[in-house]
Design a protein around this ligand. Structure first.
Ligand code: FPP
Length: 251
């Protein structure tokens, strides 16, 4: 509903989401096992978080592990979970020192106790930080996030005796894992693939998309700057027309 939409200027860049793709191809091109591509991908994560802070981005969401990634070979899944754990244990202190606030979005159900403990630790230790807001999408699927949000919302409304027919778009926005955060302004995907792959379907409704040819492990500050430059050249219309073209039409 237009009335519910936030009025954002085209220049404002508050929330960037990244679909980190191409670790496997990066490794294959070097005759390396896929797991080394993922490991190199973690180095790119570190560089990107640092760069996002330096460039004044307020919210950064990284798609680290989708609900569909469980279908990969067991060893690869183990490697990816291991890298996630290692990232939190090794990098949390530095992230906190740099003022980064960490949130992990996605379904927590079914995650092992050690991962849940690390996620809780990362979120609680960084909760008071006021720098970059880093969302790590882990065991995440956009449709599943909307499903969980609606279930939570309906449950709360029924408990309060409210009519579910009155649910608004803002109610759903607020019930998502990203409740309280701005919608995505810019979605970047590396590796040349041009798909959304179930990433933040609701939050990306009016995002600009930039698809880059580089594989994720090669991503760095200069690629991020390039994507931002491309974003700055776009005119965001949210379904309307640019002001100069707007005409009064008697209906
Ligand atoms: C896509 O490349 C990448 C992933 C499925 C995982 C991304 C994970 C990381 C960068 C490491 C862990 C992240 C954090 C935040 C610690 P792909 O394997 O699909 O590559 P391909 O399409 O070339 O095969």
């Amino acid at each position: 509903m237009a009335g519910e939409m936030e009025n954002q200027s085209s220049a404002a860049l508050r929330h960037v989401g990244i679909i980190m793709d191409g670790n496997g191809r990066w490794a294959a091109a070097r005759g390396l096992p896929r797991t080394l591509g993922h490991r190199a991908g973690v180095d790119a994560v570190r560089k990107t978080v640092r760069a996002a802070g330096e460039l004044g981005i307020s919210y950064l969401t990284l798609y680290a592990f989708s609900s569909e990634n469980w279908s990969r070979p067991k060893q690869e899944v183990r490697d990816l979970l291991g890298l996630m754990k290692l990232f939190i244990t090794r990098d949390l202190a530095e992230l906190c020192a740099n003022g980064v606030r960490i949130r992990v979005i996605g379904d927590r159900q079914g995650l092992s106790r050690d991962i849940l403990g690390l996620i809780d630790m990362a979120e609680s230790r960084s909760a008071a930080n006021t720098g970059l807001n880093l969302n790590i999408a882990f065991n995440y699927g956009g449709r599943d996030e909307i499903r969980r949000a609606v279930i939570g919302l309906v449950g709360r409304m029924e408990a309060e005796g409210r009519d579910c027919a009155s649910i608004t778009e803002s109610d759903i926005t607020g019930a998502l894992d990203t409740g309280g955060q701005p919608d995505l302004d810019l979605v970047i995907r590396t590796s040349g693939e041009m798909r959304l792959s179930n990433f933040m379907l609701w939050q990306a409704a009016y995002s600009e998309f930039v698809f880059l040819p580089c594989m994720w492990p090669d991503f760095d500050k200069s690629w991020l700057e390039q994507a931002i430059e491309e974003y700055s050249s776009r005119t965001r219309r949210y379904g309307g027309v640019p002001d100069a073209d707007a005409k009064d039409i008697a209906l």
